[in-house]
Design a protein around this ligand. Sequence first.
Ligand code: ATP
Ligand code: MG
Length: 332
Amino acid sequence: MSAPRSARSRVLSGIRPTGDSFQLGNYVGAVRHWAAMQDENDCYFFLADLHALTEAPEPDKLRERTRNAVAQLLALGVDPQRSTVFAQSHVAEHAELGWILGCLTGFGEASRMTQFKEKGGGTVGLFTYPVLQAADILMYQADSVPIGEDQRQHLELTRDLAQRFNARYGDTFTLPGAYAGRAGERIKDLQDPTRKMSKSIGGNGTVWVLDEPKAITKKVKSAVTDAGREVRAGEDKPGITNLLTILAVCTGKAVPELEEAYDGKGYGDFKGDVAEAVVELFAPVRARYAELVADPAELDRVLATGAERARAVALETMTAVRERVGLLAPRS
Ligand code: ATP
Ligand code: MG
């Protein structure tokens, strides 16, 4: 008998351990929502270390970043008592289900994923990563995934694969939807506000969650701004719009309210305030992170507990999947 499934909605999300720190966009677009949704949902949050391999990281670095990412999640309010926090590679079934789903994915279908096209080619791993991502989601029978606009196409693929599998082999997978409660803020690179801020891009346009206050202030104050002097949002002002979004998240105020407050003031005052707000937002996170990272054994325990909980669900899914696709069960 399987354990009774919680009545709460199941949510799954992941982050790649691709940088020495999370960046501001990860907080705004993902992790702050994770922390907020824990009470009402049955949450699975994972460090996508297999997905990080598409960047060919240095092995010791990847290990260190994976552990440090756990400390950052906890410092940002993810609670491993309420949520299942685990490393993707600790549940070997992800790769197995990725393969099985890959055998249901058309080559043309995978080729249409725009992210691969945008990157202009790369490894087979990068090409098939949306299929592994589908496996990550379907494994846990997630009802919804909090995704950004860039991931919408991948969620569609996940749903198509789930439907195809269910039609061919019998009802097995829950069809996941997009998590409704998530606001769609995308934080842009401070030096190039036409592209999103990313861990793997880094540089002066990226504010790290673990940056020292001085570094944050310097980066925000030297953010690329737009022609004119007015502090207002608009398509013609991607730099100021981005900074307004950041200030709105930090202060909990709406953008129009901020536009009004900065009416008649220059970019200098505005940027100073944005810098201060981000510094204040991350100062306690940095302090908490320093405490957590000083105890790596405890972080490993968090991952071990998470992996155990995740494996139980994964095993249940995979026992059904193996049987349905016709894999001979090993004798025990
Ligand atoms: P990488 O460059 O390695 O892809 P990343 O910064 O894009 O790193 P991911 O690990 O790919 O981070 O994504 C983790 C989560 O953060 C995802 O939910 C993603 O949608 C969100 N996210 C990433 N960048 C931003 C951003 N600039 N604004 C809002 N959300 C973001
Ligand atoms: Mg990314």
